[in-house]
Design a protein around this ligand. Structure first.
Ligand code: MG
Ligand code: ZN
Length: 222
């Protein structure tokens, strides 16, 4: 019985993700689902991306956190639409579901948006299971988390389109093997595109910004 209920939840999440995808397609809006473990620097990365993209594109953010609106407050300076989901109110869930994203999107003026960035709840496990109807799944991994995460959380890395390796400014202080990381990542997902960045210093951000711009332009048919 419990298995049946779980299947129903996953199926209904998948169905609504399909509705979200269709909605975004009709409005030609590009959506990114950004996932990572806590402390990987997602919010600083989002901050950088908004800063680099907001002159050219109209952006909105959906912030998922179990509790607190701290991340949303850090992005408030950009004066763009931000919708905070405190999953605590829905029973402390450690991931976002497509129906919540759909409700958020209905709060935005979709005719005046080009890009929606979802900052998912910090967790490398179940966000991977819940499709949200996005165009691109980005997993953010900081070099301080070690090289073995793709091997330990294969689903997350296997279902992502893009890996942003963050905090590369710390590499000189770490005993980090880029070769080992790359071998681990290629093992679970040979097709994933990798960007090495420091959201703090801005290093490597240009190619990531170009990559996302290409996605937005591609969807607009520009
Ligand atoms: Mg955050
Ligand atoms: Zn969860």
């Amino acid at each position: 019985m419990e298995i049946k209920i779980l299947q129903d939840i996953m199926q209904s999440n998948k169905n609504v993700a399909g509705e979200v995808k269709a909605l975004l397609e009709s409005k030609k809006i590009y959506m990114i689902d950004m996932m990572s473990s806590p402390g990987s620097g997602k919010t600083m990365l989002t901050d950088r991306l908004i800063g680099a993209l907001k002159e050219r594109y109209r952006i909105a953010v959906i912030e998922g956190d179990i509790k607190t609106t701290r991340d949303a407050e850090r992005l408030a300076k950009h004066n763009i639409p931000i919708f905070q989901i405190e999953t605590d109110r829905f029973g402390g869930d450690c991931h976002l579901e497509s129906s919540w994203v759909k409700n958020c999107l209905e709060q935005f003026d979709l005719d005046s948006l080009d890009l929606v960035i979802i900052e998912n709840v910090g967790n490398l496990v179940c966000p991977a299971e819940f499709q949200l109807g996005d165009d691109e799944r980005i997993v953010v991994l900081s070099v301080t988390e070690g090289e073995d995460k793709p091997a330990k959380y294969p689903l997350m890395f296997n279902t992502s389109d893009t890996l942003v390796l963050n905090k590369i400014d710390l590499l000189p202080h770490l005993d980090y093997s880029m070769d080992e990381l790359m071998a681990n990542i290629k093992n679970v997902n040979p097709k994933i595109e990798v960007f090495q960045v420091s959201a703090k210093t801005g290093e490597g951000m240009d190619s990531l910004v170009q990559h996302i711009s290409a996605g937005i332009d591609g969807k607009k048919g520009a």
